[in-house]
Design a binder for this molecule. Structure first.
Ligand code: AMP
Length: 288
């Protein structure tokens, strides 16, 4: 505890907006890494990138209630503040922002956030209101913090895609996407992995490797016209059935979408294979 206190003396811990304003008012090259805590190597890669590209780095830890479409999920979301602070100190983060829910949502929104029809795909289709909540909170954070760059993970590609779209229209803040960091067995690091046991982690690793192979097979077909897409859909559906049977998982979606507008058109566009599935009652997402 004493050791932790000494460490914290060198890192500015900020809880109130007025203190935040004072602390960062003169920062013109501020990198911002928003997180929901339970810091892992995925978060760390964003922080390291921020430290490389910006003079100062601010990390927020805020489990945002408005992005949970399920109360139990919000309640059971892993929270590990003292470990997080020690990890952030080790990384020499300059500012840690820990606001309360009341502070962030004190001001009512003037305009409701709505996704358009083409955006209501993948996670937006299955987690009603989730991205509206994410956009709302990050809009509020960017307004308060005015960072030069906000760092986000490709693991949550749809989140990055929607936020970049929204923020770039309203602010000068740039959004930087960082590569997905994986465990040695292939599973994407995630705070939710703390809800899995060893057998689950092994299963998720096996699934990730199957999907890496599947993506290679899809790329090899090298035909993305109407007939090609039909064939790809058949290949994916066959693999989907196998995964459900072998690993006893529930798959919400498993499909290829391009990275330009997230539509199913893959012709001459970079694309990824996106998946969301439940391993027991834990919802995991990834893309390859
Ligand atoms: P979270 O705390 O889960 O809200 O994540 C905070 C940020 O870290 C988001 O931009 C995520 O996309 C990013 N992130 C989470 N997991 C990883 C990972 N394995 N690799 C890279 N970035 C990640």
């Amino acid at each position: 505890m004493f050791y932790l206190l000494i460490l914290l003396l060198q890192m500015k811990l900020i809880k109130r907006i007025t203190d935040l304003n004072k602390a960062i008012s003169k920062e013109t090259s501020l990198g911002f890494v928003p997180t929901m805590g339970s810091i892992h190597k995925g978060h760390e890669s964003l922080i390291k990138k921020s430290k490389k590209l910006c003079n100062k780095t601010l990390v927020s830890i805020f489990v945002n209630p408005t992005q949970f479409n399920n109360k139990k999920d919000y309640k059971t979301y892993p929270r590990n503040l003292s470990n997080d602070l020690a990890a952030l100190k080790k990384l020499k983060v300059d500012f840690v922002y820990l606001p309360t829910v009341n502070q962030i949502y004190k001001k009512k929104r003037l305009f409701k956030i709505n996704l358009n029809k083409s955006q209501k795909v993948l996670c937006a289709k299955f987690r009603k209101g989730h991205f509206e909540g994410v956009i709302d909170v990050l809009d509020r954070f960017v307004k308060i913090i005015s960072p030069m760059i906000m760092f986000m993970g490709e693991k949550d590609h749809q989140q990055y895609f929607l936020i970049r779209n929204f923020i770039s229209k309203k602010y000068t803040t740039k959004i930087y996407a960082c590569k997905t960091i994986r465990d040695l067995n292939g599973i994407a690091l995630s705070s939710r992995n703390l809800l899995l046991d060893n057998a689950d982690i092994k299963t998720a690793g096996l699934i990730a490797n199957k999907l890496i192979q599947l993506k290679k097979i899809i790329c090899k077909t090298n035909n993305f016209d109407k007939n090609g897409l039909k064939k790809i859909k058949q290949i994916i559906n066959k693999e989907k059935k196998k995964l459900i049977k072998i690993f006893n998982i529930k798959i919400e979606y498993m499909e290829c979408r391009n990275l330009t507008n997230l539509s199913r058109d893959l012709q001459n566009k970079p694309f990824k294979l996106f998946i969301s599935y439940y391993l027991r009652n834990v919802r995991l997402i990834d893309n390859f």
